[in-house]
Write a protein that binds this ligand. Structure first.
Ligand code: M6R
Length: 612
């Protein structure tokens, strides 16, 4: 989605803005622009369609712009085609204001018509330009930057994170947030705004997350935040401990591959501090055993891969707690009139913590009285802050659009949550508890052995990257795993792919299997191995080319039917998806590589989906 960066300090702003924007490139965008206030008190604006490099070359890395206060933006088109006119920043007709905006101004048509009637001329097709024009319109009446922004906020409806420059006020910048993420970065004699903390990692670790309706005035010396009634407030500061290298490729050709290989380490970070003397200890969780026992309903709500983790979480939680757990897509949950009361627990899962569908579902759940626990990667994100309890996944920054290490750590956290809840409810026996803890501890090492075989998967991908359609089949845990494998493949390689619960094949889908169709058969789950095998036989009989994934102990058995078998180390059934997902991630990666796809920034997708 769109990216925002703003800087005020003693240094030249443009190179910092370009650098900050480059760290947000992974979010996806189609055009970019920057604006600075020059020492002469004018706004110098440069924009271009396409990659940030085009803009950077155009302004010679920022050397062409002279000014120590500025804003920058990468745009992902919503209103108006991607071109330099529609890209941000947008300026007011008289050149007094420049604005960058993430979100949507819902009533922009009405405001635009009003301003046109006042004689204002518009240049772009965007909703954002009305903000710039409206700012100048009100400023001409009151000549006060702060008051002007307040008036504009009272007039517009919708979702917005804004960075605003006023040519008459070169000593300050104003930032505003409503329903779209924005954070403030504190430096020495310089301050920042950004839509995502990764933009600021080289510059500051001291950040404040803005909340809805808040406004901030940034000067070189400091930042003052105001509440929705425009009263000054103090905000909690967060320290970001990700280092710069965590947000760089470190010798890997793509962030996705780097993040796949970082998974064992990410798992260690997520698991080790929470296992103490053989027990799961969530020091970061406020929920008491008594509260857990009082819940009568449990939901898991998420989108995309996080939803797939939710599906696996449901299997594990239901088995360990003997309670019904409902898992729902956030985009559906919001509108499903869910049956929720104050004895309901809703678990939200989100890497970014900013997914709009998930955030809106969270608001709905809270409105109805639920206790909200979230599993989130990005510290201080909207979902984290909106929850009663947060369990961070500590995966480190995930840059590639296709999630990998966030998925694995979410899974580990939900497995540990099942143990903790099982203990509180008295539904998990000691032997199983001890076995899960012991296997959780071995998981990172076992994952390393899976990764060590990446070349086998690369070879297989080299033989199969030309398929038009690929099927994943599996039962129960393997079905949920297949959904993730299929999503990974389609999002980065653009190959059509479907995941089916194997038992469903005979109810329709098997008609799609013909000579040479590639089927990836997942047969890791020990309880259903025999049934998985019979489904493999069925698709083979119809000419499918099968790649099977199973465990080491079943490799020989599988080889009797399927010539190409990938095996993962044995572990407890509930932990197998954590290992099984790795070959599927690698397969998607190597297939996309063979096909020459833009792996880290697949077409039409964004890392953090902050629109509905
Ligand atoms: O940040 P979130 O976990 O809330 O994101 C949810 C989905 O958008 C995300 O998992 C998406 O499906 C991934 N790109 C899949 O790789």
């Amino acid at each position: 989605m769109c990216g925002i960066v703003g800087f005020i300090g003693q240094k030249q702003a443009a190179p910092i803005l370009l650098d900050g924007l480059s760290r947000l490139e992974y979010r996806g965008y189609d055009s970019a622009g920057i604006a600075v206030i020059t020492p002469q008190g004018t706004i110098d604006l440069r924009k271009s369609e396409g990659r940030l490099k085009v803009l950077s070359d155009l302004v010679h890395g920022g050397a062409d712009l002279n000014g120590c206060i500025g804003i920058g933006h990468t745009r992902w088109a919503t209103h108006g085609v991607p071109n330099s006119i529609n890209s941000h920043p947008h300026m007011s007709e008289g050149g007094k204001f420049a604005v960058i905006h993430n979100g949507i101004v819902e009533n922009y048509v009405e405001i635009k018509e009003f301003l046109i009637r006042q004689g204002v001329h518009f240049q772009s097709e965007t909703d954002t330009e009305v903000i710039a024009q409206l700012l100048e319109f009100y400023y001409n009446e009151c000549h006060d930057f702060f008051e002007t922004v307040g008036r504009v906020l009272r007039r517009i409806t919708g979702a917005y994170a804004l960075g605003i420059l006023c040519a008459d006020c070169p000593d300050r910048m104003i930032a505003v947030r409503k329903d779209t993420p924005l954070l403030l970065g504190f430096g020495e004699g310089e301050n920042y705004i950004a839509s995502d903390v990764t933009a600021l990692i080289p510059y500051t670790r001291d950040v404040v997350y803005m909340d809805d309706g808040e406004m901030a005035v940034l000067t070189r010396e400091g930042i003052q935040v105001y509440d929705p009634l425009q009263q000054p407030i103090e905000k909690e500061h967060h320290h970001i401990d990700w280092d710069v290298s965590a947000a760089e490729k470190g010798g890997y050709p793509h962030f996705m591959l780097k993040e796949i290989f970082e998974q064992p380490e990410a798992l260690r970070r997520a698991i080790s501090p929470r296992l103490k003397n053989g027990r799961v200890v969530f020091e970061d969780m406020k929920l008491t055993a008594e509260q857990i026992r009082a819940f009568t309903r449990i939901f898991i709500v998420a989108c995309g891969s996080s939803y797939h983790v939710g599906m696996l979480g449901k299997y594990t939680l239901e088995r360990m707690l003997r309670r019904n757990v409902e898992v729902q897509l956030a985009s559906e949950f919001r509108y499903s009139d869910p049956i929720i009361d104050d004895r309901t627990l809703v678990i939200f899962i989100s890497q970014s913590g900013e997914t709009l569908d998930t955030m809106e579902a969270l608001k709905e759940a809270k409105k109805r009285g639920a206790y909200v626990l979230s599993i989130v990667n990005v510290v201080g994100s909207s979902i984290a802050r909106g929850s009663d309890d947060v369990l961070y996944t500590w995966a480190g920054p995930e840059i590639a659009v296709a999630t990998t290490k966030a998925y694995s750590t979410q899974l580990a956290v939900i497995d540990m949550l099942a143990l903790a809840f099982g203990e509180a409810l008295g539904t998990v026996d000691e032997a199983e508890y001890a076995a899960v803890v012991s296997e959780l501890q071995k998981l990172p090492e076992k994952m390393e052995t899976v990764l060590a075989h990446h070349e086998d998967i690369q070879k297989f991908a080299a033989q199969h990257f030309n398929h038009n359609s690929i099927f994943f089949i599996g039962r129960n845990l393997d079905y949920a795993l297949g959904l993730e494998g299929s999503l990974k493949l389609k999002e980065i390689s653009y190959i059509h792919s479907e995941a089916y619960a194997s038992g469903e094949l005979k109810h329709g889908t098997i008609s799609l299997i013909e000579e040479g169709t590639l089927v990836i058969a997942l047969g890791t789950y020990s309880k259903l191995f025999e049934k998985a095998m019979s489904n493999v036989v069925e698709v083979k009989a119809r000419g499918a080319d099968v790649l099977a994934l199973t465990t080491e102990s079943r490799r020989e058995e599988m080889l009797k039917t399927v010539p190409t078998v990938l095996a993962i180390p044995d572990t407890l059934d509930m932990l197998l998806p954590s290992l099984g997902v790795v070959p599927l991630q690698l397969f998607a990666y190597y297939v996309a590589l063979q096909r020459g796809c833009d792996i880290d920034k697949p077409r039409n997708l964004a890392k953090s989906v902050t629109v509905e």
